[in-house]
Design a protein around this ligand. Sequence first.
Ligand code: R5P
Length: 314
Amino acid sequence: MFSGIDLKIISGNANSPLAGKIAGCLNMELCKIEVGRFSDGEIFVKILENIRGTDCFVIQPTNPPADNFMELLLIIDTLRRSSAGRITAVVPYYGYGRQDRKDQPRVGIGAKLAANLITMSGADRVMMLDLHSHQIQGFFDIPSDHLYTLPIFLDFIRSLKLVDPVVVSPDIGGAKMARGYAGRLDCPLAFIEKRRPRPNVSESLNIIGDVDGKDVVVVDDMIDTGGTLIGACNVLCEHGAKDVWVCCTHPVLSGNAVENLQSAPLTGVALTDTILIPEEKIFPKLKVLTVADLLAKAISYIHMGQSVSTLFVD
Ligand code: R5P
């Protein structure tokens, strides 16, 4: 039990606005820390207050550049060497999560390497959000909490007051997640048959299910290049979808994703702030939902030694 000792929220540079919001939800200030660069680009971390024996939560998504990941490791290492009582890595977006198996000869498993590095740096626990695949939890030999943004998106979808909704997964891999949404919204479910001939290239081929004349809600874990979603929107419109809403957790938004999304046949896109979206990537059809409250509650429950499963109720 850590409820009797001080709680510290520590942020790297990857998403300090989110860390600030989490601290705000907990009525706290962020822990004073310096995360800087030497002239050659190497990262330097110094904790600027006493953290001996405290319960530390480090907020840092590990999206590219790799410096985000290195900052996380160095902060954890610094906390350990400064005698923190317990260190939890809070990784709202788990980079390298898609490299979770050997799906072709002679490839690495980046998701496992990332887990090894976080553990070896000195983390006692890890907290993650909407992992690309659930089995990544098993890559850690320390306790892990896997949280879901589903309640946040359900509130958003319900606020749209859709007349004839159908939940669509843009690929078969997302079927389980989409079923969770359809069940809670009490509406039908459809899938898109997607092929990925090579990394970052996707082809949306066909639809399993009925979307004709319906208010479609596409759910997925992330938008990276946007190829999956734009392909999905096109095929949905060809099959008569009335409107297409998109709900995705992680705004990776690489390359021309934003330009392509703006010209795609969709009504609106909801993303979360697990990854910081730069000002220039904000566009009119985009709604950014915050995960700060969810993460703050999970942090406070873990700190108090309470169950976090109540957060999964919607
Ligand atoms: C794939 O399995 C994932 O769930 C996402 O659909 C995919 O990673 C998104 O990538 P992109 O936006 O580049 O198509």
